[in-house]
Write a protein that binds this ligand. Structure first.
Ligand code: BDR
Ligand code: CA
Length: 335
């Protein structure tokens, strides 16, 4: 077993999250997106029951993310998972997208034929609220894009935090460099006000940030297994991630990529793959150079929080069994 560490732990407060039931009911909010596609594939192969997917601006415009999400779901045989398009821009700043990372079509310009299945328009936040009321205490909310839809849902319904079982987001860069600015990770940077709404809410929030996801680069042997597999799931991901490999190879120094969004999905489904530290956190909203930074207080002189449902308390990843994570990903692709 290979364990990787973020360095956010204090050696005292590492905590396991209790294991979930065999299948987990997932409501996925995404900006699909190459690694969002990988997260959907990871979930499909590892016990996620997708109740619905909602989409946000971020990697691509929200409508493109909706089309891509339904395309990936259909390609994986998940043709009955509804998709709802959501917020088309951030709460308090202009829209910016990241086609240079994900391709003009958001799926690596690999020529993946787009699904023609209808996608519901604009009301993603209302759908999150509706589903949470329909299934109180049952849903795990996984958000792997900017947090505008979740922020809107929180503004709409003060009961939402009590209705959701757990929330897992991919976002932030605690104790490490950002990827959208020197200190900000893309999902938080795209909509800092929405991210702050999510962080300050008293719910059980796991934050999967760059401090751990940047350590998840697959070994080149795993890349080869995906690229040589004849399984249709592996062929899909091998097609869409070529563009991503081109982006990450110069950063990492070899032909591979990291698995941001799949790790959030993995820790929603199998939280025991990692250990965690609780910390008080907030999003920098005003800094000229630091707007969009997720700041966590890792100092030890204050008593560490013990309750993840305290406002502003988040669960940060301390250690991850990265081999187990990679093997689960490969298994999900049949590679
Ligand atoms: C996050 O930003 C997007 O590019 C990825 O899909 C991921 O959710 C990584 O910072
Ligand atoms: Ca994403």
């Amino acid at each position: 077993m290979t364990t990787i560490r973020t360095g956010v732990g204090d050696g005292l407060t590492a905590r396991q999250v209790p294991p979930p039931a065999a299948a987990v009911d997932i409501l996925l909010d995404c900006d699909t997106g190459i690694d969002d596609s990988m997260a959907i594939a990871y979930g499909a192969g590892n016990g996620a029951r997708f109740v619905a997917c909602t989409t946000t601006h971020g990697n691509v415009p929200s409508a493109t993310a909706g089309r891509n999400t339904v395309t990936v779901l259909d390609a994986l045989g998940l043709t009955d998972v509804p998709v709802h398009v959501g917020a088309h821009r951030p709460m308090a700043q202009a829209l910016e997208t990241a086609e240079w990372v994900h391709g003009e079509d958001g799926l690596g310009d690999a020529g993946v034929p787009a699904s023609t299945r209808p996608v519901a328009g604009h009301l993603a936040a209302a759908e999150i609220v509706r589903l949470a009321h329909e299934r109180p205490g049952e849903l795990t909310l996984v958000a792997v894009g900017p947090l505008t839809n979740l922020g809107l849902a929180l503004l709409m319904d003060p009961e939402l935090p009590q209705l959701v079982q757990r929330v897992v987001i991919m976002g932030g860069a605690v104790n490490t460099a950002g990827n959208a600015s020197a200190v900000a990770e893309a999902n938080v940077w795209h909509d800092p006000e929405a991210a702050q709404l999510v962080v300050e809410t008293p719910w059980d929030l796991t934050v999967v940030g760059l401090e751990i996801t940047m350590l998840t680069a697959m070994p080149t042997s795993a890349i080869a297994r995906i690229e040589t597999s004849q399984d249709p799931r592996a062929r899909l991901i091998a097609a869409v991630f070529q563009h991503y490999l081109g982006v990450y190879a110069p950063i990492i120094g070899e032909r591979t990529c990291v698995l941001h969004d799949p790790l959030a999905m993995a820790l929603a489904l199998e939280p025991g793959m990692a250990t965690y530290r609780l910390a008080r956190a907030g999003v920098e909203l005003r800094g000229e150079l630091s707007r969009g930074q997720l700041v966590a207080d890792l100092r030890n002189f204050d008593p560490d929080p013990t309750d993840p449902r305290e406002p502003g308390v988040v669960r940060l990843v301390d250690e991850l069994d990265v081999d187990r994570f990679h093997e689960s990903f490969l298994r999900a692709l049949g590679a």
